[in-house]
Design a protein around this ligand. Structure first.
Ligand SMILES: Nc1ncnc2c1ncn2[C@@H]1O[C@H](COP(=O)(O)OP(=O)(O)OP(=O)(O)O)[C@@H](O)[C@H]1O
Ligand SMILES: [Mg+2]
Length: 342
């Protein structure tokens, strides 16, 4: 079947997910590459490289070639993508897959072309691009072809993509550079300022996932605690402290406010008929950030609109890229699918 030759890729700032029709998600790897700077040789890609973050000797660097949802390092992105495509596709010499890649909304022509070129260099026969919120909506099971307003908020690692979708196209959208990575940085800064303790990115992410919350804990049972180890800023020695959910809420508050502002801005610029649809149908959250405790309630309260979290929020964009071919006509009509001439 011709359609079996398509693979859907969510080329994210933090994670790459690949979806193959009939098989589901076949690859989940962090978008990290470890490179020996002296020889320019790639030492590890994906999960293996992620485990090295913050632990490498001077001649080795770990790099996230995608930053804020765009290609920051073209060559490394291409090599990473090639490795992942080969991993799922094997070395079938005569059959290259067509790939559909999810990209952040509002990117420039140059950024889009870079993703397309990297996909082709990485071994794709052809590459189509779909904007992340559209893919996220498809992956969340929304029928994007209907004349109905649907609002998706995809909180990823680098960007939060907010969009209202109707008739196969994005009607209003906003992409802000506040998402999971910013939350981690907020936690690093908070702990440094309050405890003179320096912690790494992997530790900050673990704190966020285990005890982070988007609304203050309502009682002491909800106020979870975690022991954190790092380096004391003054003595330079290893030190351990205990932090609580309430403190992490304090650390994240400003960034969460920025996300709320971004969501409100999109709601305010919505055509009235679509606003009324959204008031009925609610907002759907996707992306790893949708898993932050109580983020659905925070957004619901701030916008006075019902909010639901998609099933498997981390997989939505990849699943959606896999569904693109089923909606190809409506997406072409609504400009939800981006095709660039080569
Ligand atoms: N349980 C959780 N609670 C809070 N955050 C989480 C949880 N699980 C994952 N995350 C965060 O989700 C983010 C990754 O989400 P996702 O895979 O959707 O991003 P991405 O698609 O790679 O990024 P982008 O879309 O910005 O390019 C990370 O910042 C990660 O720490
Ligand atoms: Mg994403």
């Amino acid at each position: 079947m011709l359609r079996d030759k398509h693979i859907g890729i969510d080329l994210g700032t933090v994670n790459v997910y690949i979806f193959v029709k009939g098989k589901g998600i076949v690859l989940k790897e962090p978008s990290v590459v470890a490179i020996n700077k002296e020889t320019d040789k790639i030492l590890a890609i994906g999960e293996e490289a992620r485990r090295m973050v913050g632990k490498t000797p001077g001649n080795i660097v770990t790099e996230r070639p995608m930053k804020d949802g765009v290609i920051a390092d073209y060559n490394t992105t291409e090599r990473m993508l090639e490795y992942f495509i080969r991993k799922v596709w094997g070395k079938r010499r005569f059959s290259k897959p067509k790939v559909i890649v999810g990209i952040p909304s509002g990117g420039t022509e140059v950024e889009k072309r870079a993703v397309m070129e990297a996909s082709i260099q990485a071994g794709a026969k052809d590459a189509f691009l779909v904007e992340e919120p559209m893919a996220a909506a498809l992956g969340a099971g929304i029928d994007v072809g209907e004349p109905n307003g649907n609002m998706v908020v995809d909180i990823g690692g680098g960007t939060t993509d907010i969009a209202i979708i109707s008739l196969g196209g994005i009607v209003v959208n906003n992409s802000i550079r506040v998402a999971g990575n910013k939350f981690d940085q907020d936690i690093i800064r908070y702990i440094k300022n309050k405890y003179n303790l320096i912690i790494g990115e992997n530790t900050a992410e673990r704190i966020k996932i285990e005890i982070g919350t988007a609304l203050p804990p309502e009682n002491e049972d909800e106020n979870l605690e975690i022991e954190v180890r790092g380096r004391d800023l003054i003595s330079g020695l290893p030190k351990g402290i205990v932090v609580s959910s309430r403190e992490i809420y304090e650390a994240l508050k400003d960034s969460l406010d920025e996300i709320i502002e971004g969501v409100k801005r999109v709601l305010e610029s919505s055509p009235p008929e679509l606003s009324s649809d959204i008031a009925d149908r609610g907002i759907v959250l996707t992306g790893g950030g949708a898993l932050l405790k109580k983020i659905d309630r925070l957004i619901a309260e701030a916008t006075e609109t019902p909010v639901t979290i998609a099933e498997n929020p981390l997989s939505c964009v990849a699943i959606g890229t896999g569904k693109v071919m089923d909606y190809i006509d409506v997406l072409k009509q609504g400009r939800g699918l981006i095709t660039l001439s080569r």
